[in-house]
Design a protein around this ligand. Structure first.
Ligand SMILES: [Zn+2]
Length: 461
């Protein structure tokens, strides 16, 4: 095949993007990149090589969008002209589209910030040749992807072995599968949570990756912080959690509104009040600090940048609807859902919940993962519960088995009617917590956009 000249490829692909947006097909977040790579297969390498400050790539099962948002806020303090992909457009075509959209900017972008799907990471890292690679966690995804955690960890290890010796890795010391990716051949910045009060009583039901990566013996935890993360060691071979270079020494959970953080770094302490609640966001923020320092961002700018960052759409996103506060907590998998269940319990008052379960391709077609989520603690705390989505009745059954009286829940598969029902019974001054799967979040969000409560997602970058 004859490869089209770069200028012509870019012009054609941009035309496809404009058309795609006009047709309302998902904001044109991947179709233009698909056309560009068809016309010019090395377009990502070519466009990425024009970024004079290089790029940073971030991947994880949970938290990559929020952490990308926090890193973006840090980068903004240096006024680097940045290109980044939109949340959800995190495969090869999405990254190609982001680069394509930025090419025409004048002056051209100088830095790339990309959140990347776990499976697409090795290919995109090869194409982008990033300066910094941030790897945060690996949790088991929905049950229909069971077993793939090992596959991903192995493909990431092979990817790292091929990286230039100058690439900086930012790794989570508290996740055994991530910490094991340090290969001794390139610089590593470990991050983790050191606050001794950040501890769960035991590994949660849905915990993964609790075997030693060296000898496969069961790991021992002196402290569990979240899921399978914490202060771990192996009594058989002596393998243990690396000491974090960037450590959250103090994490103060401020209900469902945010966290106060004291993070130690080799350049001195970073303190920040972040408007994102829960221990998972302490990890996201600590990863962002480690990444910002790896990029060479001025230490004194980082705390204020974290404090100024806003939630990414659907991730602890707060909107006002008909005089009520609504908070969206996306939960795509058992680990993420357990985290959201723990986070809403930080509200001391009775909880008003809208849970939305879909089973479309982006959610995972098998919804049996909901049986791995510890919903039971919500029962004692419940004010109202409305359940919606394509698989609302499966979720209803889950709560019946948890011990909830059927009269205390309302099942309404239509999301708009469910939202209205939940808002109608919400007491004045109280907050509605929405716990949706991915496509359910997109559906509920588009209802909020129609009502003027949230921004349309192609404006969200
Ligand atoms: Zn071991």
């Amino acid at each position: 095949m004859t490869i089209a000249p770069r200028g012509l490829s870019v012009a054609l692909a941009r035309g496809i993007g404009a058309l795609s947006r006009r047709l309302g097909r998902g904001g044109g977040t991947s179709a233009p990149g698909r056309v560009l790579l068809w016309l010019r297969p090395k377009a990502i390498q070519e466009l990425a090589s024009t970024l004079t400050r290089g790029s940073l790539v971030i991947s994880a099962t949970n938290g990559k969008t929020t952490t990308g948002r926090l890193i973006g806020s840090c980068v903004a303090t240096e006024r680097w002209r940045t290109v980044s992909n939109r949340a959800g457009a995190n495969l090869v075509f999405g990254v190609a589209t982001a680069l394509l959209d930025a090419v025409a900017d004048e002056p051209s972008p100088e830095f790339g910030l990309f959140e990347v799907d776990e499976f697409a990471l090795p290919e995109l890292v090869t194409r982008l040749a990033p300066r910094v690679v941030v790897l945060m966690n690996l949790f088991r995804d929905q049950l229909d992807r069971y077993g793939e955690l090992e596959t991903i960890a192995e493909s990431w290890a092979r990817m790292i072995a091929r990286l230039p010796a100058t690439t900086i890795l930012v790794l989570n010391a508290d996740d055994p599968a991530i910490a094991a990716l340090a290969d001794g051949n390139r610089p590593v910045v470990f991050f983790g949570v050191e606050d001794p009060s950040a501890r769960l009583d035991a590994l949660p039901h849905a915990a993964d990756s609790t075997r030693c990566r060296v000898c496969a013996s069961p790991l021992v935890y002196d402290r569990v912080t979240l899921g399978h993360m914490g202060d771990w060691h192996c009594t058989h071979c002596g393998s243990r959690r690396p000491t974090p270079d960037v450590a959250a020494d103090r994490v103060t959970l401020l209900g469902t509104t945010g966290i106060d953080l004291e993070i130690s770094t080799p350049q001195g302490a970073v303190t920040a009040r972040v408007a994102l609640p829960g221990m998972h966001n302490a990890y996201n923020a600590t990863a962002a600090v480690a990444a910002a320092l790896a990029l060479g961002i001025a230490h004194e700018h980082i705390g204020p940048a974290l404090a100024n960052a806003e939630a990414a759409f659907g991730r602890s996103e707060r909107v006002m609807v008909s005089g009520h506060e609504v908070v969206l907590f996306l939960a795509k998998n058992p680990a993420g859902a357990n985290v959201t269940v723990q986070t809403v319990q930080l509200d001391p008052d009775p909880l008003h919940l809208l849970i939305a379960l879909n089973d479309r391709t982006a959610d995972g077609n098998d919804v049996s993962w909901i049986w791995d989520v510890d919903y039971e603690p919500l029962l004692e705390r419940l004010g109202d519960l409305v359940i919606t989505g394509d698989r609302a009745y499966d979720m209803g059954l889950r709560f019946v088995y948890a011990g909830l009286d059927r009269a205390r829940m309302r099942i309404e598969p239509d999301p708009e009617r469910a939202l209205d029902a939940a808002l109608a019974q919400l007491p004045a001054g109280r907050c509605l917590y929405v716990l949706p799967t991915y496509t359910a979040m997109l559906g509920l969000r588009s209802i909020l956009v129609e009502r003027g409560a949230a921004n349309a997602y192609w404006h969200d970058d």
